[in-house]
Design a protein around this ligand. Structure first.
Ligand SMILES: [Mn+2]
Length: 290
């Protein structure tokens, strides 16, 4: 039996309003491998997550019709086929008004997920939390690399806000300066009270639906060591939660992904923290809708 998020009772996807979709896709990882183990590790860890939300004083798992879909198998014929498959599966769920929460796997999947939600929400804004800019035009000879994913997302034509960024190339820096729909809040700035305040104000002012992509390496490696490419100087758990709740309070978050978890054997902190973030995000999103 495949694992269910939070070990909840089985619910058919057709009856659910929110669908956790495991996508254990890994093809272009360049440093530490293991993101294909990410979704299963998060689902296993989620069995230990307390269902009572101590902040909101409610039990989101009782109030949200939540299910976990079958893990999506990897397409052998390459990244484009994989992205097409993700779009084919997710688009009908989105058009039925379901909230899809995707678990990676490498960050590349976000390009297909944004395309899928864009068909229903053409006026969406993409908010990405990531240590890396992921804005290269191509990497290792492919445009469909995890290192290029936010460039592919940006090319879909919608505003893109990056938060927590602390590692990028000159090519990416040049693009960040000139790109008109792009807004960057570097990790170093988020660690100052002024910079943090400006970022929260910016998030509050975003109009319309938001798609949120969380590359778990945005967190400090002291908090989240189990990622493919850990970068020092990252965000705290509380900062990431504040960003998510700020977005949820301001308006609809219509899609979310949590990517790049690469579990470290013998350690549990990374996958448990990821499971906690996902459950917190669900709570924030539905608390603001009700
Ligand atoms: Mn990334």
């Amino acid at each position: 039996m495949p694992l269910n998020f939070l070990d909840l009772k089985y619910l058919p996807v057709q009856d659910a309003e929110a669908v956790v979709l495991p996508i254990p896709y890994e093809a272009t990882t360049t440093y530490g491998a293991g993101t294909r183990e990410g979704p299963e590790a998060i689902l296993a860890a989620s069995r230990q997550v307390e269902l009572w939300d101590e902040e909101g004083n409610w039990d989101p798992s009782q109030k949200i019709k939540l299910t976990t879909a079958m893990p999506m198998g990897q397409e052998a014929s390459g990244p484009q086929a994989m992205l097409d498959k993700i779009r084919r599966v997710v688009q009908p769920w989105v058009s039925q008004g379901k909230l899809v929460l995707a678990l990676g796997g490498e960050h590349t999947i976000t390009a297909a997920l944004v395309q899928a939600v864009q068909t229903k929400y053409p006026d969406l804004t993409v908010v990405a939390l990531d240590a890396h800019a992921d804005l290269r035009d191509s990497y290792d000879g492919t445009k469909l690399s995890h290192a290029c994913v936010l460039r592919r997302v940006y090319e879909l034509g919608r505003p893109l806000t990056l938060l927590g960024t602390r590692s990028y190339s000159k090519e990416e820096a040049d693009l960040l300066w000139v790109a008109p729909r792009m807004k960057l809040f570097k990790a170093a700035d988020l660690h100052t009270p002024e910079g943090w305040g400006q970022a929260i104000e910016h998030l509050q002012q975003i109009n319309g639906p938001v798609y949120l992509s969380i590359d778990l390496d945005v967190l400090d490696p002291g908090v989240m060591p189990g990622v493919g490419t850990p970068e020092p100087g990252g965000l705290s758990y509380r900062q990431v939660l504040t960003i998510i709740s700020t977005l949820a309070q301001r308006g609809p978050v219509i899609g979310l992904d949590l990517v790049e978890l690469a579990p470290i054997p013998g350690q549990r902190v990374s996958e448990f923290t990821a499971a906690r973030i996902l459950y917190k995000a669900l709570g924030y999103i539905y608390q603001s809708r009700r």
